[in-house]
Design a binder for this molecule. Structure first.
Ligand code: SAH
Length: 262
């Protein structure tokens, strides 16, 4: 799997990929990441990559031409016939908001993707219209550049690669995963058993695995009902809740969840 990242600031993303789970993905799990700087494809002594917006207004806009040349070089190096061509994803506030479903789909795409990070006011719309396959947003706020978004996206995709996490199944237990019905994850505790007067829930030290699993499921249900009721609705629509889940939800009002806000 290969990711090509088009960015004016590769140094913002590269270090993030050199640690922990991301490093395992890019060193051991056969994920290749290449950086491409549009400045290397720009013309003139100043290697200009941006210009003032037509129609006036503040800020600068990334030029289409250096991006098009950069993209062409990537496509040539990848040499993929059209049906297998990796999609060009552009990080932008106007895009579809990033979700587990989007991440999971990308994680299962062997061709990987080409990621475009915007800067300034964004990218000349004509380049987007001509070449971008999908626009992806991190949420309803504005960043100064797409680099953070690309790092977020890659991190989420890489941790779903087989052999990247020490326990290959552990991501299936994470929030939003269909394996836990798309619910929120349960709370976690570790040593010591009592910390600053707060005890670990007794069930977790009971050694009764069935009871522990039931408790965790119920915590997930209660937390999701309280924090993200729409995820519970989705789980119902998907047929992911069983009768024990429904009985629990009907019988108990959403539980107190220390440390949660909202
Ligand atoms: N003028 C644009 C914002 C440009 S911010 C607007 O108002 O919509 C500069 C770059 O940062 C964008 O091109 C994009 O690549 C990145 N960016 C900013 N906010 C983002 C977000 N919420 N999600 C993903 N990328 C974002």
């Amino acid at each position: 799997m290969r990711f090509d990242i088009i960015t004016l600031f590769p140094e913002l993303i590269a270090p993030y990929l050199e640690h922990g789970v991301n490093r395992r993905a890019t060193s051991a799990a056969g994920v290749q990441v290449r950086f491409w700087n549009p400045r290397d494809f720009a013309e003139g002594a100043y290697r200009r990559v941006d210009d003032r917006p037509f129609g006036g207004g503040p800020g600068m806009v990334m030029l289409a031409e250096p991006l098009a040349r950069c993209l062409q070089a990537i496509r040539e190096e990848r040499a993929e016939p059209p049906p297998q061509a990796a999609p060009l994803l552009f990080f932008s506030p106007v895009g579809q908001v990033l979700s587990h479903a989007l991440v999971a789909r990308q994680a299962g795409a062997p061709a990987g993707a080409i990621l475009l990070c915007g800067r300034y006011e964004g990218v000349d719309q004509r380049f987007i219209d001509a070449h971008v396959d999908q626009q992806i947003s991190l949420g309803d706020f504005v960043l100064s550049g797409g680099e953070v978004a690309a790092a977020v996206f890659l991190d989420a995709v890489l941790r779903l690669q087989p052999a990247v996490l020490h326990d290959a199944q552990s991501h299936a237990q994470d929030s939003f995963n269909p394996a836990i019905s798309g619910l929120l994850d349960c709370p976690h505790y570790t040593r010591p058993e009592v910390w600053q007067g707060r005890s670990v829930p007794a069930v977790l030290t009971s050694g009764d695995h069935a009871r522990i699993a039931r408790w965790r499921r119920q915590q997930s249900l209660a937390l999701t009902a309280r924090q993200r009721p729409e995820l519970l609705q989705q789980a119902r629509q998907q047929g992911w809740l069983d009768r024990a889940d429904e009985r629990y939800l009907a019988e108990s009002p959403p539980a107190e969840n220390p440390g949660q806000t909202g």
